[in-house]
Design a protein around this ligand. Structure first.
Ligand code: C2E
Ligand code: MG
Ligand code: MG
Ligand code: MG
Length: 278
């Protein structure tokens, strides 16, 4: 049924509101309420150092604990958070919660691993990022060197000059920065050399072919050599088998993260997972 408003007809728009769009709208309004209803939760996945064999860091990974749908994975709702701008509030919540959780862990167990927090493109391009990070560190009391921020190649190169300024101010704060999913984007090696970065996370699509796929072997070896020449540490993502882990060790990779060590776990079980060794 078309409705005329200001002389213009909705005739062409109304039928276009298909089922998918209705679901997206419903999802969006649920996401609006999710933060105040405390439905977001962080899980933590340990990262182990191949040198010491011990857990040295964790990555905070967002989940949405939906009343009917259960634990919803980030890929199913983060794009919508980005599109609607809700990611600004949720992203800040993630940062604060992750820092708070590490303080809780430290209070209960004497120490806590470094925590890596994923940033969205909107957060990274915000002029207020460094200020927000500084505020969260001050409020939670987490030492800056225990916080790492993960960005992707795309975020880095979309505006190189503002990326550089942001990275410089983060370095001044003392937090480290990791390039996530490395190898899947279009980051030129020249950029890596000129920016204050600390860690390359080799994307799991390259790890999954180890140890048999010769191309993956060559790619991971080359990334590791390059990273070390540039004074960057290398984390391999998505390590699922002992054979992959031993190959990464032989290639000189610094840290591993993946189901072989541990899946992402809630804070309540992280202390147990943090005693795992490789
Ligand atoms: P990511 O940052 O690359 O995180 C790694 C993803 O790989 C996680 O998926 C993790 O559960 C999964 N993973 C870890 N080990 C293995 C393994 O051995 N095998 C396989 N197959 N997968 C493994 P998850 O938790 O579903 O997160 C997906 C993506 O969502 C993340 O990819 C990240 O880009 C984004 N994300 C998660 N939390 C946040 C957040 O708080 N803020 C933002 N902006 N993005 C987030
Ligand atoms: Mg990540
Ligand atoms: Mg990744
Ligand atoms: Mg990813």
């Amino acid at each position: 049924q078309s409705k005329a408003i200001g002389g213009r007809s909705f005739r062409f728009y109304a039928p276009a509101m298909n089922e998918r769009q209705h679901r997206l709208l419903a999802l969006e309004s649920e996401l609006h309420r999710a933060l105040e209803r405390k439905e977001f939760v962080l899980h933590y996945q340990p990262q182990a150092s191949l040198r010491s064999g011990k857990v040295c860091g964790v990555e905070a990974l967002l989940r949405w604990n939906h009343s009917e749908r259960g634990l919803v994975a980030p890929n199913d709702f983060i794009p919508l958070l980005e599109e609607t701008g809700l990611i600004d509030d949720v992203g800040l919540w993630v940062l604060r919660q992750a820092c708070q959780d590490m303080r809780i862990l430290a209070a209960e167990h004497g120490h806590a691993p470094r925590v890596a927090v994923n940033l969205s493109a909107r957060q990274f391009s915000s002029q207020r990022l460094a200020e927000q990070v500084a505020g969260v560190l001050r409020d939670t009391g987490l030492p800056a060197e225990q916080l790492e921020l993960e960005i992707t190649e795309q975020m880095l190169i979309s505006d190189l000059e503002s990326s550089r300024a942001t990275l410089e101010s983060l370095r001044e704060l003392g937090v480290t920065v990791a390039i996530d999913d490395f190898g899947t984007g279009y980051c030129s090696l020249a950029y890596l050399k000129r920016l204050p970065l600390h860690v390359l996370k080799v994307d799991r699509t390259f790890v999954s072919g180890l140890p048999d796929d010769g191309n993956d072997l060559a790619i991971v070896e080359a990334i590791t050599l390059l990273a070390h020449k540039l004074d960057l540490q290398v984390v391999a993502e998505g390590v699922e088998t002992a054979a992959q882990l031993e190959t990464l060790r032989a290639l000189g990779c610094d840290m591993v993260q993946g189901y072989y060590l541990s899946k992402p776990v809630p804070l309540s079980t992280l202390a147990g997972a943090a005693t795992l060794t490789v």
